[in-house]
Design a protein around this ligand. Structure first.
Ligand SMILES: Cc1cc2nc3c(=O)[nH]c(=O)nc-3n(C[C@H](O)[C@H](O)[C@H](O)COP(=O)(O)OP(=O)(O)OC[C@H]3O[C@@H](n4cnc5c(N)ncnc54)[C@H](O)[C@@H]3O)c2cc1C
Length: 435
């Protein structure tokens, strides 16, 4: 199969939930388009989630356009294979013009204004392009990893599958974002001795006063708050997610309880010298900080309940079940502790280098407003906090897709009127109905 010489009004790059949502919304508007996916539909969920993985967000938040979750457990949390099935069924519901196994290796904008896409199956052109390649591209592993003993098995959270994948012995998990905490729990539940380097990620309680905290926050309008409403929008976009789990019907992740039950906690990893690791003196502060965030969210829920005179059961507040002692260890001898593997749960970095269009800031983050960039016809979809909390999640990617489809449609109509998209007079460009 070759795509060489083909031209489409719109090309969507990426066949995850964002790319599919974009396709659905374009189809609804009768806009001819093509979706190119480097691997298989839903690739990230299929290949980069561990065996016991389940959603952290409740199923009712899976609101892909035209295909909201209608399963038997709206308050539950789909496991990995159910999420893949949900995406497959979504695609089957409308039949997107999706081609799998085609990687876009280069995106440029020609002098004529048309976009040129170099792909593994030839070069094609498009009037408009939606980049829906997800936010998590390259595993980020700190370079101190190079200093570990050569026989230490190391892997990134994106490649972790199950405890059985790791050699016998204790495991060091570095990082306590959502993945790190859940992987540490997975290993802990399997009876593996776990050492955990704790960072500053916040946490949220799973349930409070009779409901999932996500349900309260939804009712409180938290998820409708736009990024433009934050004075520190840039910082909000880069924030680490709160840790909590949907496992076994959902529960808190309480690192203090893990420590009480035998997991060894440390502060942030600072230095690696062969088999000796040193940690910052911030374990207490990091645990306290995470608890403070969780309790602050409960304060806000209490205020909401009071303000609306809601009949909700009272619930005792959290009391720490474990505290690090004053002389809590700040170093770890991997050999003495019997550690044979390290799981780096240290996040991902974006890689948009294949996009050769000058729409990025100094950090490589695409500058956009609600996904529309300063380059006419180039859009992003599925970025965390693109427009609101749920933009990089199931919750609001559909709303963003609908918005962009409207924008694309308007641009197309404007181009029809003006004869050329990119040559549109500025007065008409600013009059686009984008609100
Ligand atoms: C560990 C983890 C847990 C998460 N848990 C939740 C949760 O509980 N609830 C929730 O709502 N969200 C969750 N998310 C966030 C989000 O829903 C996922 O990251 C989701 O995969 C994002 O979907 P997407 O379509 O934007 O991107 P992706 O799923 O990353 O899809 C992008 C697609 O683009 C393809 N691609 C990339 N580059 C190219 C290219 N150059 N050419 C062609 N194709 C390309 C990839 O193969 C991939 O299939 C989680 C994310 C992670 C990492």
């Amino acid at each position: 199969m070759t795509l060489s010489g083909a031209h489409y009004p719109v090309v969507v790059v990426g066949g995850g939930q964002a790319g599919l949502a974009a396709s659905y919304c374009l189809r609804q508007r009768g806009i001819d388009h093509l979706v190119l996916e480097a691997n298989r539909l839903g690739h990230e969920w299929r290949t980069h989630r561990w065996d016991s993985f389940c959603l952290v967000t409740p199923n009712w938040q899976c609101r892909l356009p035209g295909f909201p979750y209608r399963g038997p457990d709206p308050d539950g949390f789909m496991v990995r294979d159910e999420i893949v099935r949900y995406l497959e069924e979504y695609a089957a519901s409308f039949g997107p013009p999706l081609i799998e196994g085609v990687r876009v290796s280069r995106l440029r904008r020609a002098a004529t204004g048309v976009f040129e896409l170099s792909t593994s199956h030839g070069r094609l052109t498009a009037d408009q392009v939606v980049v829906a390649t997800g936010p998590y591209h390259t595993p980020s592993v700190p370079r101190v990893a190079e200093r570990l003993p050569a026989d230490m098995v190391q892997l990134h959270s994106g490649d972790y599958r199950s405890p059985g994948q790791l050699p016998d012995g204790a495991v060091l998990v570095v990082g306590t974002g959502q993945s790190g905490c859940q992987i540490a729990e997975d290993l802990h539940l399997a009876g593996r001795p776990v050492h955990l380097a704790v960072g500053s990620a916040p946490r949220v309680a799973r349930f409070y006063r009779g409901r999932d905290c996500v349900a309260w926050l939804d009712e409180m309008g938290h998820y409708r708050k736009g990024i433009d409403e934050f004075a520190d929008a840039d910082a909000v976009r880069m924030r680490v997610n709160h840790y909590v789990t949907g496992r076994d019907g959902g529960r808190d992740i309480d690192l203090r309880a893990f420590a009480r039950d035998g997991m060894r906690l440390y502060g942030r990893l600072a230095v690696v010298a062969g088999a000796i690791m040193s940690f910052a003196d911030d374990l207490r502060a990091n645990l306290d900080g995470a608890d403070a965030v969780a309790e602050g969210i409960k304060d806000a829920i209490d205020a909401h309940i009071a303000a609306h005179a809601i009949d909700a059961p009272r619930e005792a507040r959290y009391t720490p079940v474990w505290e690090p002692s004053a002389d809590h260890p700040r170093s770890l001898d991997l050999r003495a502790a019997g550690i044979t593997s390290v799981v780096w749960s240290t996040g991902f970095v974006r890689d948009h280098r294949w996009i050769e269009v000058p729409v990025f800031d100094g950090r490589g983050y695409p500058m956009h407003w609600r996904g529309a960039t300063s380059c006419p016809g180039l859009y992003f979809l599925g970025l965390p906090w693109q427009r609101s909390w749920g933009s990089g999640r199931f919750e609001a990617v559909g709303r963003d897709a609908e918005f962009l489809a409207g924008h694309i449609d308007a641009s197309r109509r404007l181009a029809d009127v003006c004869g050329t998209l990119t040559g549109a007079p500025p007065t008409l460009s600013v009059a686009l109905p984008v609100g």
